[in-house]
Ligand binder design. Structure first.
Ligand SMILES: *Cc1c(COP(=O)(O)O)cnc(C)c1O
Length: 384
């Protein structure tokens, strides 16, 4: 059996090696390292893939989120509601901009932001909601957009984990994750579903005026060379990363399909296990027959009940199977973000999830033998 990896970037690279190497060699020959033709071409290709009017490439997903908030003109003291159960980047940029983060609980089955908790957290100072499409599946965007409209709030999608996912509204309308809110950010960190070979990120919006503002903001607030109209940042996607992304973008749907297939095999093996809760697929396509893009499985995350999670992590490690606990500490309990404003009773779900979740190896190169080996180990351990 091939060695099991949490993410197998090497195996995936073999399939696009010639194209990537040729593009990189061409960039080296041309020396167009910054804002070369690959960056613009990637922008256009991603706009076409997503069906969104504007893609603004930038240096990473954390910058993308920060620049979204700057572009919307959020001001110190404005409250921004986001999920307590996500990667820290989401809340970090809120704090960095001297906005007030308001962390709320998530749903126990999808791990996504709980819309009722969002509603309870809205005050006259609230300006924006940041749903994170955690692990590859969209938050409840219908309800969030309704709530935002009612209270005149911005919705900023953190789409770092769900690029390529499709969200279907109650009326049947289908939209790509990251094109539903007012603006969205994504990350091209190597392990993301669409990853480059270094750091990269992008912002998406259908708002022409906002797109113009953002394009200057990523480049020192310049709209005309050496005229600085607003305070900006230096956040660019470089040409080499854009070339890697151009090689991968046409394969993104295939990559996501392979993730779905691996996830289906995992879930089928775990069916009927009393100590294991497999990921919930909201769109209801998980009958074992369909391949669907409603969930792109950035992570395949189980809940392990009855206090067996930590033992399972140890057992998998002992058997050379990598796994992850995303996330081990809810944000409201992190030293940097803890605050007397928070009340433990408001976080029953995140406080429990941190003890139950475990993410299994998930990437485009998993084979049946590896999946069988992993599921056998998990099932054997939890039934001891
Ligand atoms: C990866 C990630 C980010 C940050 O992306 P970087 O490119 O690493 O800065 C932000 N939010 C979430 C939910 C992520 O998973």
């Amino acid at each position: 059996m091939k060695k099991i990896q949490m993410v197998d970037l090497q195996g995936q690279y073999q399939g696009i090696k010639n194209e990537v190497n040729d593009s990189i060699a061409e960039i080296l020959d041309s020396s167009a390292f910054i804002n070369g033709p690959h960056v613009h071409a990637f922008q256009k290709e991603l706009e076409g893939y997503l069906g969104v009017k504007h893609v603004i490439p930038c240096a990473n997903g954390t910058d993308a989120l920060q620049i979204c908030m700057m572009g919307l003109g959020l001001q110190p003291g404005d409250e921004v509601i986001t999920a307590d159960f996500t990667f820290a980047a989401t809340v970090e940029v809120i704090a960095l901009l001297n906005l007030t983060p308001v962390l709320v609980d998530v749903e126990p089955d999808t791990f996504n932001i709980d819309v009722k908790a969002v509603e309870r957290a809205i005050t006259p100072k609230t300006k924006a909601i940041v749903p994170v499409h955690l692990f590859g599946q969209c938050a409840n965007m219908d309800a969030l957009m309704d709530l935002a409209k009612k209270h005149d709030l911005y919705v900023i999608e953190d789409n770092a984990q769900a690029i390529g996912a499709t969200y279907t509204s109650a009326d049947g309308k289908k939209q790509k994750a990251g094109t539903i809110g007012h603006v969205a950010s994504t990350s091209f960190f190597p392990s993301k579903n669409l990853g480059c070979y270094g750091d990269g990120g992008a912002i998406f919006t259908n708002d022409d005026e906002l797109a113009h503002t953002l394009r200057g903001m990523v480049n020192h607030g310049m709209y005309t060379r050496y005229y600085h109209d607003v305070v900006g940042v230096n956040s660019r996607l470089d040409s080499i990363q854009a070339a890697v992304l151009r090689a991968k973008l046409p394969k993104l749907d295939t990559y996501n399909k392979r993730r779905w297939e691996a996830a289906s095999k995992y879930s089928k093996a775990f069916q009927g296990q009393e100590h294991i809760v497999a990921p919930k697929i909201v769109c209801g396509c998980d009958d074992g027959q369909n391949v669907c893009d409603c969930h792109v499985f950035h992570q395949y995350t189980l809940k392990i009940l009855n206090g067996k999670r930590d033992g399972l992590v140890q057992h998998l490690n002992d058997n050379n199977v990598p796994c992850g606990v995303y996330y081990p500490v809810p944000l409201h309990k992190q030293k940097a973000y803890a605050d007397t404003r928070y009340n433990e009773a408001d976080f029953p779900v995140t406080n429990q999830l941190v003890n139950e979740v475990i993410s299994l190896p998930m990437h485009t190169e998993l084979d049946d033998e590896q999946i069988q080996f992993i599921t056998d180990l998990v099932i054997d351990f939890v039934n001891r």
